[in-house]
Design a protein around this ligand. Structure first.
Ligand code: MN
Length: 447
């Protein structure tokens, strides 16, 4: 079963549309390197297109009308969007879903220390990372510091051309004989992923000599750390203790770039799964009036098992549906259950694009190819499909009919060869409501 190459199906007008969509996508990636930044970007975008916050409608007791657009944000990290359809919600919704968290390195709660002439932030990585990929490259620091009085300081350092960047040290090749013999998982240990953030002691010249008081003596002992604390105080009005209630994420610095002489690809951090988050959001904004209510869920914590208040396993989404049905005058426990069970979902997450350099890890007939259209996965999971959703044949047939009728290029895939590895998504969590769910998404190289 040969699948089409999308490039060969576009006319000039479609190519122009593709380029403009991709420009918007690249901005989305550049402006949203953390889940909080993604939510800010999404809320700004959808409010400009008429979306109203569910909580403000509840407060004002306003009933949404058919065609109205409503959203609800959970703790600045997850969002549910709705567009009210013609039919009662209890008849089910058409749902899109994706995740907006990406693997990264988090700053620990007590992170700041000085050692051997450098100031460091101690870290603990988040999600599945190949640790050796994070050393000796420019890194940016994004996130929030929430102070005891409740004020939030936003941090974003390393993205502007004149910003400083940070980095994690690797051993010079001249001394790396022993290191190079290690397994890739051991070459860089988790505790060695500490971020270098400075090297200049606070007292540099005789004129700024340390005075004979306790505080200054303390500073002289760890003068580099003291210098960093001075800068943090001056720039962010933050004390060392404020790290306790901070969420600081270390990500690759710099903007996304086009790849290739033909500029046919996009290189950038966080495309798993912001490519699906962006396209799902865009689809919600581009669609016209519909019979069924539409919904789009963009969630946090997928990379660590969809846990916590902002992960897909949270009641957040179900509560938002119940609140919305209540506003619509449709609420009952049974109606919420009916709504969810009768819904259908495209749960989008990236698929591993076939990589000729690692061809032996793929089974070519059932691999996703970059440029061959949207990917559908009946199963994900690992070791005999463990942890997977299974999209019903009836649902897949229904989707095939729509895709073929509309001339949409698509492909089906599994994640790699049997027993080579695997992975999970949020699909199985929504499937627990008894709705039709299929894993789908975009093929990405180097996800
Ligand atoms: Mn993903």
């Amino acid at each position: 079963m040969e699948r089409k190459v999308t490039w060969e199906t576009y006319d000039a007008a479609q190519l122009e549309k593709l380029e403009s969509l991709n420009r918007e996508y690249r901005d989305f990636l550049d402006n949203g390197k953390t889940e909080r930044e993604c939510i800010d970007t999404i809320v700004n975008t959808i409010e400009a297109e008429g979306y109203q916050e569910l909580e403000s409608l509840i407060r004002d007791g306003k009933k949404p009308q058919k065609g109205d657009k409503v959203y609800s944000v959970c703790m600045n990290k997850s969002i549910a969007m709705f567009q009210i359809g013609e039919k009662p919600m209890a008849e089910g919704m058409n749902i899109l879903g994706a995740h907006i968290d990406s693997p990264r390195i988090d700053v620990k709660q007590n992170p700041l220390y000085e050692e051997g002439g450098f100031a460091y932030l101690d870290t603990h990585y988040y999600g599945g990372v190949k640790k050796y990929q994070w050393v000796a490259l420019p890194l940016a620091l994004h996130g929030v510091v929430v102070k005891k009085d409740g004020t939030t300081i936003e941090m974003n350092i390393g993205e502007n051309d004149d910003d400083p960047v940070f980095f994690i040290s690797d051993l010079l090749v001249h001394l790396a004989g022993e290191q190079m013999e290690k397994k890739a998982s051991k070459v860089i240990e988790g505790e060695a992923l500490d971020l270098i953030i400075g090297s200049k002691p606070i007292v540099l010249t005789g004129e700024e000599k340390v005075e004979d008081n306790k505080e200054d003596k303390e500073k002289a002992k760890e003068a580099i750390k003291a210098g960093i604390l001075d800068i943090l105080k001056a720039s962010y009005d933050m004390e060392e203790e404020d790290f306790l209630s901070a969420e600081l994420e270390i990500v690759p610095a710099g903007r996304t770039r086009e790849v290739g002489f033909d500029r046919s690809m996009i290189l950038g951090y966080g495309q798993d799964d912001r490519v699906c988050a962006f396209t799902s959001m865009r689809a919600m904004l581009d669609v016209g009036a519909t019979e069924r209510t539409l919904c789009c869920i963009l969630v946090d914590k997928e990379e660590i098992g969809s846990v916590g208040a902002t992960g897909m396993q949270s009641r957040f989404f179900e509560n938002a549906v119940a609140e919305l049905m209540n506003l619509m005058g449709e609420y009952s426990e049974l109606n919420v259950r009916r709504c969810l069970a009768r819904s259908a979902m495209l749960s989008s997450d990236v698929s591993a694009g076939f990589d000729p350099a690692y061809a032996s890890c793929f089974e070519k007939k059932n691999a996703a190819f970059v440029g061959k259209g949207m990917v559908f996965n009946k199963f994900t999971g690992s070791r005999g499909k463990g942890g997977s959703n299974d999209a019903n044949a009836e649902y897949i047939a229904y989707l095939r009919r729509i895709l073929d009728e509309k001339g949409i290029v698509y492909q089906t895939a599994e994640l790699g060869k049997v027993d080579v590895g695997g992975g999970g998504t949020i699909a199985y969590i929504l499937a627990e409501y008894g709705m039709n769910v299929i894993d789908s998404g975009v093929a990405v190289l180097n996800m």
